[in-house]
Design a protein around this ligand. Structure first.
Ligand code: ATP
Ligand code: MG
Length: 689
C-alpha cells in the first residue's frame, strides 16, 4: 500500500485499523463484516473507513452508505469530514459534501427509483405514503370492497396494514404470517388476499408508493441483471451500519448490488437486534460471511470505549443471560466509575420528579442537558415526564415520538402539496377536499373519480362539477392548486401560498389557530433546506423531524436541551448520563401475556441497548405502580409492578439500589402507601356474584 502511515489511523486499535484499511486500493476487496458489541467503535470504524477511502482517492460520489436514520447519516458525514480534515485540511469539506449517497435504505431507494423510473415503467412523480397515509389508503380500499361493515368484525385498517407489511417484508405467504403473528385473523385469509390485491392496484393507479414499496420495488429492479449491474456499478463501495436490523428484502438488495461482495462492508451487533417486528432478521448478519465465495472477512472488536467498567459489567450481566448470541463480552480500560443505580420510586409522577431533579443536579455539576438522555420503551410513557419538564422549564427534544408532521394542520398543508405534486394521490385528495366546508366523503369521491378517469387530472379538476355546498371555497381551491401547480410561486415560497389558502380553514377548524400558524411558519423554514417540493416531501415523509417542548418547533442549534427518546430511536447513540424509565415487567418486557419466548428475548436486547447508551452514569428507574394504556390484556389502569425479570437477584450486585424520595426509605419494610393496594370492598361484593 502506497499510503504513508497517517495519524488518524493511530487513534484506532489494531482490529479497527484492519477494518479501516481492508482492501483499500484493491478493486476486488473481499466483503467485510465487522461484528461486535455496543460501544466497540463500529460506527466510528465505518466513518474512518469512508474517510480513508476518500483520502486514498476513491470518489465519494461512488460510496453508498446506508444508516439507520437520516440523523445517523448526517452525523456520520460530519465525522468523516472531521477525520479527513486531519490529512486534507479544508479539502475534506468538499469531499464530504460529495458524499451524497448517504442515507437510509428507504431514502436511497426512493432516489434510485426516480432515477430509473423510465426504465421500470414507473412515473417519477410518485408520492410516498407514510404509515398513516397507507392505513388510510387501506381503509378506502376496505370500504370499496365492503369489508368494513361493522357487523363483520373484519381486522382494522392498522391490522390489515401490519399483516400486509409483514408479508412483503418477510417474503412470507399470508397464511404463515397470520398463523404465526395474527392468529385471530386466520379466518379472513381469502378476504385479506383480495384486499391486498386491491390495495396494490389502488396504489399503482394513483402513482403512490408506501414505505414497503420503496424496498419492494427496489428489490424488483435488482432482480433484473442488467439494471442490477448498472446500479451496483455506480458504487465502488457499499456500506451498511446496524446491519442486524435489516430485513430480508434489504439483504437481497445488497447482495444483488455486489454479487461477488467486492466493496461490501456491513457492521452490526446481533445482541442489539431489536426490529424483528418490522421483519428484521438477525440471520442477515449471521449468514453474511457464507453468502460469498470466498467468504467475507470477519473482524470482531472486543474493547468498549464508551462506558465505565461498572456500567459495562452490568450491561454484560444482562446480556449474558440471553439464550443465544454470537458477539462476545466486551472489556474496557475505563475506570470503574459509579455503579449504575436502580432507583425505586412510588409511581410515574415520582419517577418524573426524580428524573427532572437529577437532570438539574447534573447540570449544576457541569453536565449540559444535551449530555443527558431519558429513554423509555414506548412513546407514550414519557407523558408525565414531559409535563414535569415543562413545569420546570427544562427544554427537551423527543426522538421517535409523535412527530411535528403528525399534527393535523401540518398534514393538511403537506396533503395540499402532495396533491399538487401528484393529483392522483387519493389519500391526499380526500384529506384536502374535505377541508372545504360542505364537502364530505361523497362529494370528495365524486371529484376524485372524475379526476381519476381523465388523462390530465388537473384539467379534470377544473372542469369537475362543483360540490353542491362548497360555494366560494371551491373556486379558491381550484385557483390555489393551479397557482401551485404552475410552479410560478417558486420553491420554497409556494409553502406560503399554500398557507394563505389554508389559513381560513385553519381558523374555522381549530381553536388554537395562532400556535398552529406558528408551526406553519416553521414548516416554511424547514422547507428552505430542501431543493424542491419533491425532495422536501420525500425526505420528510421518510424521516420526519422530531417533536420538541417548544411550540415553535426545533430548538436553535446552540440551545441546550434534554433528549427524550424511545429505546428504539436511541440506537447507535451515546450520552454521558442516561435514565431508563419504567424498568419493570410489563414495560420491559412490554407484554408478558402475549409474548413468545423470542419476543421476550428481543426485549432483553432492548434493555441491553438502553443500558449501553450510557458513558458515565446510568439510572434505571423502577416505579412500584405504573399506568398501562390498554396495549395489553391488562387494559387502561394502574398496576403494581415488579422490577424487570431481566435483572434477577443474581445481578443486583452490579447495581447500587436506592429509594426515592428518601423519606420512603425510613418506611422500609412497609410498601409505600399511595392509594390502596387491593380493593377489599370489591372483593366482598365479588363473593356474592
Ligand atoms: P453501537 O453498537 O452502540 O452502535 P458502536 O460500536 O458503533 O456502538 P461507536 O459509537 O462507534 O460504537 O463508538 C463508541 C464510542 O467509543 C465513541 O465515543 C467513539 O468515539 C469511541 N471510540 C471508538 N473507537 C475508539 C478508539 N479506538 N479510541 C478511542 N475512542 C474510541
Ligand atoms: Mg454504532
Amino acid at each position: 500500500n502506497a499510503i504513508a502511515p497517517i495519524s488518524y489511523l493511530d487513534t484506532l486499535n489494531p482490529a479497527q485499523r484492519r477494518a479501516v484499511i481492508h482492501g483499500v486500493g484493491s478493486l476486488f476487496a473481499s466483503p467485510l463484516l465487522v461484528i461486535a458489541g455496543a460501544g466497540s467503535g463500529k460506527t466510528n470504524t465505518l466513518a474512518h473507513r469512508v474517510a480513508h477511502l476518500m483520502v486514498s482517492g476513491v470518489d465519494p460520489r461512488r460510496i453508498l452508505l446506508m444508516t439507520f436514520s437520516r440523523r445517523a447519516a448526517a452525523e456520520m458525514a460530519k465525522r468523516v469530514e472531521r477525520i479527513a480534515r486531519k490529512v486534507l485540511g479544508d479539502g475534506a469539506g468538499v469531499l464530504a459534501d460529495a458524499l451524497t449517497w448517504a442515507g437510509t435504505f428507504h431514502g436511497i431507494g426512493a432516489r434510485l427509483l426516480r432515477d430509473y423510473a423510465d426504465q421500470i415503467g414507473l412515473d417519477p412523480a410518485f408520492t410516498i405514503h407514510d404509515r398513516e397515509d397507507a392505513a388510510d389508503q387501506m381503509n378506502l380500499v376496505r370500504h370499496e370492497l365492503g369489508f368494513s361493515k361493522t357487523e363483520t368484525r373484519f381486522p382494522t385498517k392498522g391490522t390489515c396494514l401490519s399483516i400486509y407489511s409483514r408479508c412483503v417484508n418477510a417474503e412470507m405467504p399470508i397464511e404463515d404470517v397470520l398463523g404465526r403473528s395474527f392468529p385471530w385473523c386466520v379466518a379472513w385469509a381469502a378476504e385479506l388476499r383480495d384486499l391486498f390485491a386491491a390495495y396494490v392496484e389502488a396504489k399503482q393507479s394513483q402513482n403512490v408508493l408506501d414505505y414497503d414499496d420503496l424496498l419492494l420495488y427496489w428489490a424488483q429492479v435488482m432482480a433484473d441483471p442488467d439494471l442490477a449491474a448498472d446500479i451496483g456499478g455506480r458504487f465502488d463501495h457499499v456500506m451498511v451500519d446496524e446491519y442486524q436490523d435489516t430485513n430480508r428484502l434489504q439483504s437481497s438488495i445488497l447482495l444483488a448490488m455486489k454479487p461477488g461482495g467486492h466493496g461490501l462492508t456491513v457492521v452490526g451487533d446481533d445482541a442489539q437486534s431489536i426490529y424483528s417486528f418490522r421483519a428484521a432478521t438477525v440471520r442477515n448478519i449471521l449468514d453474511f460471511p457464507a453468502a460469498f465465495s470466498p467468504p467475507a472477512e470477519i473482524i470482531t472488536l472486543d474493547q468498549n470505549y464508551r462506558s465505565t467498567s461498572a456500567i459495562l459489567a452490568a450491561a454484560n450481566g444482562v446480556i449474558d443471560l440471553a439464550a443465544e448470541r454470537f458477539t462476545k463480552n466486551l472489556w474496557t480500560d475505563r475506570a470503574a466509575g459509579a455503579a449504575p443505580q436502580l432507583v425505586n420510586v412510588r409511581d410515574e409522577a415520582d419517577q418524573a420528579r426524580f428524573i427532572a431533579e437529577r437532570v438539574l443536579e447534573n447540570r449544576e455539576a457541569g453536565s449540559t442537558l444535551k449530555q443527558q438522555a431519558v429513554l423509555f420503551r414506548a412513546s407514550h410513557h414519557s407523558g408525565p415526564l414531559e409535563i414535569e419538564l415543562t413545569r420546570r422549564n427544562i427544554p427537551f427534544v423527543k426522538f421517535g415520538g409523535l412527530k411535528f408532521l403528525d399534527a393535523a394542520h401540518i398534514k393538511d398543508v403537506l396533503a395540499l402539496l402532495r396533491f399538487v405534486e401528484n393529483p392522483r394521490d387519493r389519500v391526499a385528495g380526500f384529506r384536502i377536499l374535505q377541508l372545504l366546508p360542505g364537502v364530505g366523503p361523497t362529494s370528495a369521491q365524486r371529484v376524485l373519480d372524475h379526476m381519476a378517469q381523465a388523462c390530465d387530472p388537473i384539467a379534470a379538476l377544473h372542469d369537475a362539477p362543483a360540490p353542491p355546498r362548497a360555494g366560494e371555497d371551491w373556486a379558491s381551491f381550484q385557483i390555489a392548486v393551479a397557482a401551485l401547480r404552475s410552479g410560478g410561486c417558486g420553491w420554497p415560497a409556494e409553502i406560503e401560498r399554500a398557507r394563505l389558502w389554508y389559513e381560513p380553514h385553519l381558523e374555522r377548524i381549530h381553536e388554537d389557530a395562532s400556535t398552529r400558524q406558528a408551526d406553519l411558519v416553521q414548516l416554511e423554514q424547514i422547507a428552505g433546506g430542501y431543493a424542491s417540493r419533491e425532495r422536501f416531501l420525500t425526505e420528510l415523509t421518510l424521516d420526519p423531524p422530531d417533536a420538541t417542548s417548544d411550540q415553535a418547533g426545533v430548538p436553535l442549534l446552540d440551545e441546550d436541551y434534554l433528549i427524550l427518546s424511545t429505546i428504539h430511536s436511541a440506537k447507535g447513540q451515546e450520552w454521558k448520563s442516561v435514565f431508563v424509565m419504567n424498568v419493570v415487567d410489563g414495560c420491559i418486557p412490554i407484554d408478558l401475556g402475549a409474548g413468545t419466548s423470542e419476543e421476550i428475548e428481543e426485549e432483553r436486547r432492548l434493555l441491553y441497548v438502553a443500558m449501553t447508551r450510557a458513558k458515565d452514569d446510568l439510572h434505571l428507574v423502577v416505579p412500584q405502580r405504573f399506568f398501562t394504556h390498554g396495549q395489553s390484556s391488562t387494559g387502561d389502569r394502574h398496576v403494581y409492578a415488579n422490577r424487570t425479570r431481566f435483572i434477577p437477584n443474581g445481578l443486583l450486585g452490579h447495581f447500587e439500589r436506592c429509594v426515592w424520595p428518601r423519606i420512603a426509605a425510613q418506611d422500609a419494610g412497609r410498601a409505600p402507601s399511595n392509594g390502596p393496594r387491593i380493593d377489599v370492598r370489591a372483593q366482598m361484593r365479588g363473593m356474592w356474584r
